[in-house]
Each structure stands twice: as structure tokens, then as C-alpha cells.
Design a protein around this ligand. Sequence first.
Ligand code: GLV
Length: 318
Amino acid sequence: LSLAAEIHILTCNLPLSYIAALRTQAPNIVVHRATDAGELGEEARKTILAALVWGMPPHRLHLLPKLALVQGMGAGVDRLLTPGTVPEHVPIARISNELQGVAMTEYVLLHVLRQHRSLQAAFDRHQRREWGGPDSGYVGTRVIGVMGLGEIGRRVCRSAAAIGFQVRGLSRTQKAVEGVQCFDPGSFDRFLEGCQHLVCLLPLTPETGGILNSRTFDRLAMGAFLINAGRGAHLVEADLIPALDSGRLGGATLDVLVDEPPPAGHTFWSDSRILLTGHSAAASYLAAEDVAPQIAGNLGRVAAGLVPRDLVDRRKGY
Ligand code: GLV
């Protein structure tokens, strides 16, 4: 693939570290920055081949006649799939990177183990100079339900099973993962029944929005813990505090919210049963250098008239 020719890309907000990493692979990229393609001059519009998007995509992408790729810079592409955002004929690709799975696994295990071993109570006892701690119970009796069995979800499941947890996985189409009891949406209630930890790693689609609601919580074990590292809109926010108050949920760790960051007065900030981790779960060490080869590869492919890799299926929504 020829990455020697000039390749014009449009981005709103791609950090400079990413541009620098991209240049090591594709030295002749020309970067245009705009939040609206209409802000660009006529000439620039005609040259742009790809848009690189983190967060909100540039407006009016239909003004770019040569646009051949919209490359999402994360695993989730929900915002790119809003109708009218990316012209129908333009392929959308996402980042699919082993390190995302590694980072997400670390995040989920950290919080599941923190919940299982009552880490907060240990901090509190230490403060009181109190020795000893409660028996947290054998890990093999604890059931984790993981929603989403893509590459990330499968890695999370395998790692949790390796520690000894009983692991269930839920996916849109029935999957088979060794050591994991797999469910499809038709058996959603059986998947939920008695889970002590519920982990959401789903893509946000019309089917999955609001899936973390009081009906879902009511099927979990009493005092279950919630971890949402999918998208904020998976959670019906109004259902969370009542579930915590009733004891149905014992705590919640939320990496994502509908409004990021939430306003200072948001109740979730001031509730000690909730931990907000600021959309950092898989960004922790997914460095520019790790994603640059994948993006450069896709730029080279579309420059050569080939189909990009890690394509999003618009009908499925991920
Ligand atoms: C992060 O939220 C991502 O989609 O990668």
C-alpha cells in the first residue's frame, strides 16, 4: 500500500500525539482541522479522503466528495451512526486493538475484586485502627454476568473465569466461550438470575439503550454490584439510586455517563455507593503508537481504493 502520496484527513480534535504517531507510518498526511466541513475552502474539501473522529464527528461530511473513510478512534461508534452524520456510501471503521481488551479486563477485574473483597470496608477499618476483616466468601460461589461478548467481553470473561468466578456471558447472537455459560437475548432473565456482579460492555444500539434498568436489577442477587463500561445511555440513571436504596444493588462503578463530565450537582458525585471513573477504563494505556498502524493501514487501503479493515456494520450498529 502506498502511504508515500499525500493523504488529506479531516479531524476536529485528534491530539497531536496521534498525528505524530500517524506521521511515522504515513509521512505525507495533511491534516485539516474543522468541526464543520463547510468551514473548509473549496480546494481542501475536494482533497479530503478520510475523517478521524473521537467524540463528536465533524458536521456536514456530505460536503466532502472524495471522503472514503470515517475512522472512529475508539471501540464504540454510536455517535457516528446517528442518521445524517456519515453519508450512507462512506464506510465507517473503528479501533479494534488487543490492548483495549487488556485495559478493559484490568478495569473490570479491579472493580469486581474490589467489590468482592469489600476493599472500601478495609480502608475504613484501617482508618479506625481496627485489625482483621470479614470473610469475603469463596470466589467460586460468585457469579459475574458480562453483557457483550465481542473481543473485549470474551477476554474479560476468560480472565474472570481463570480467577475462579462463575462467569456468564450475554450476546446478541449465541456464542460459545470456553469456561463461560453463554446466553442470547431470548434467555436474558436466566442470564441475570442471581448474578452478583453485572458488567456492561455492550455497544450502544437501539436495542441496548436503557438495558440497565430496575427490571434488570430486580433479577440480580440482592446486593449485586454494577459495572458500566459501555456507554452512559445503557443505564436508566433514574433507576440507580432507588436500586441502591432498596439494597437490590450494593454499589455501582460507572465509567460512562450520558453527560460527560456530569454537572457538579449530579447526585452520582455525592453518593458513596457510586464510583465514577471518568471514561478512563480502556484509555489507560492505549497509546497513539498502538493505534497508528491500524489507522495508517486503513488510510493506505482507502487511498488505494480498497475496503478498510474493522468495518462497522451499520445495520447491527457496531
Ligand atoms: C471508548 O469509549 C471507546 O469506545 O473506545
